[in-house]
Design a protein around this ligand. Structure first.
Ligand code: FMN
Length: 335
């Protein structure tokens, strides 16, 4: 019923507005958490499904399907999001200080393909605000694990932000770079940055996930070297995706990163490649174009142990995580 309510009524209304505006309306709705507690109770959105519990990066998760970074940048929506049936929630990217991000328009829908294109430019309320919200979530009894995705323009910034947030999150996801920040000259040295950051971290490395920059996957040697460094550093996991940044004149910055169904195939390819390099030494979270239980199964078959998603949540609405978990549970062996 509610999938119909979203697809039939709310989504057409939201999609009639510019994407930046409907994103803000969606966020406002998800801050009104008591409504979502009621929806959870009525629709059994967060009821655990049998046979799906597992560990990723040292964290017990009730389902292998999480919400990807970028949706709740400031941890403002955790009380509502934790009632929708996701196995884990990634907040961020958290930067050390508040940032306004790129000018609007910075978000674009591609409805024919169920895609999104963004050039957000890392807007956010900064680390102190997120720490405050994470504390409140814990005080409020929030039980769904939170992975805090952190960023920074230097190794010091990144490590300091991670160290400040880590005591308040279940695990840390290191974002080495955002592709929408313009850089001139040579490609960003992700490996050098990772090697500079790891010794500065005051966190059990087993609780740290490395977000492998998407462009690195196009260069097998750089990709393999980064994964080897993550293994050598004893990290708890990798996030491997399939987004790509290309020119987009409809966005104010002139370029954007593609997400959703159009990147599914590339993401699967990258996960398989990462699995080949990792050889079971570090678990992989697959990401990119996940919108159904069949997509999750394909990602797991490619070598991931869990997944997270963003774009399909925008297209399918608040029952998506529950519906996928129910379908996966129907496959899970009894006991
Ligand atoms: C509007 C938007 C903003 C995003 N912001 C971030 C971010 O701040 N940090 C990050 O690591 N990933 C960010 N992402 C990437 C998502 O975490 C995810 O990797 C990507 O959307 C691919 O998954 P999907 O195909 O399920 O959407 C963003 C994605 C979108 C669509």
């Amino acid at each position: 019923m509610s999938a119909g309510l979203y697809a039939g009524l709310l989504r057409p209304a939201l999609f009639a507005l510019p994407a930046d505006t409907s994103a803000r309306l969606g966020e406002a709705a998800l801050r009104a958490w008591p409504a979502w507690a009621l929806a959870d109770r009525l629709q059994r959105l967060s009821a655990p499904q049998p046979g799906l519990a597992m560990r990723f990066a040292g964290v017990e998760i009730a389902s292998p399907v999480g919400l990807a970074a970028g949706f709740d940048k400031n941890a403002d929506m955790l009380p509502a999001l934790s009632r929708l049936g996701f196995g884990f929630l990634c907040v961020g990217t958290i930067m050390p200080k508040p940032r306004v991000g790129n000018p609007r328009p910075r978000l674009l829908r591609l409805p024919q393909q169920e895609g999104l294109r963004d050039s957000m430019g890392l807007p956010g309320k900064g680390c102190a605000h997120v720490v405050d919200r994470l504390r409140a979530y814990r005080r409020g009894g929030g039980r769904v694990p939170v992975f805090a995705n952190v960023g920074g323009f230097t190794a010091d910034e990144l490590a300091e932000t991670a160290n400040r947030v880590a005591p308040h999150a279940d695990a840390i996801e290191l974002s080495l770079i955002c592709p929408n920040i313009r850089r001139d000259g040579a490609p960003f040295d992700a490996l050098g940055r990772l090697k500079a950051v790891l010794p500065r971290l005051d966190i059990d490395p087993g609780r740290v996930v490395l977000r492998v920059p998407n462009d690195v996957a196009d260069e097998p040697d750089r990709f393999a070297a980064l994964i080897e460094a993550a293994v050598a550093g004893g990290l708890g996991g990798l996030k491997v995706g399939g987004g790509s940044t290309t020119p987009e004149p409809r966005l104010a910055s002139g370029a954007g990163t593609l997400h959703g169904a159009p990147i599914r195939r590339r993401a699967l390819h990258n996960v398989a490649l990462a699995g080949h390099v990792a050889r079971g030494r570090i678990p992989i979270k697959g990401n990119g174009g996940i919108g159904s239980a069949a997509d999750v199964r394909r990602m797991l078959a490619a070598g991931a142990v869990c997944v997270d998603l963003y774009t399909a949540f925008v297209y399918r609405g608040w029952t998506l995580a529950r519906d996928i978990a129910r379908e996966l549970a129907a496959d899970a062996p009894p006991g």
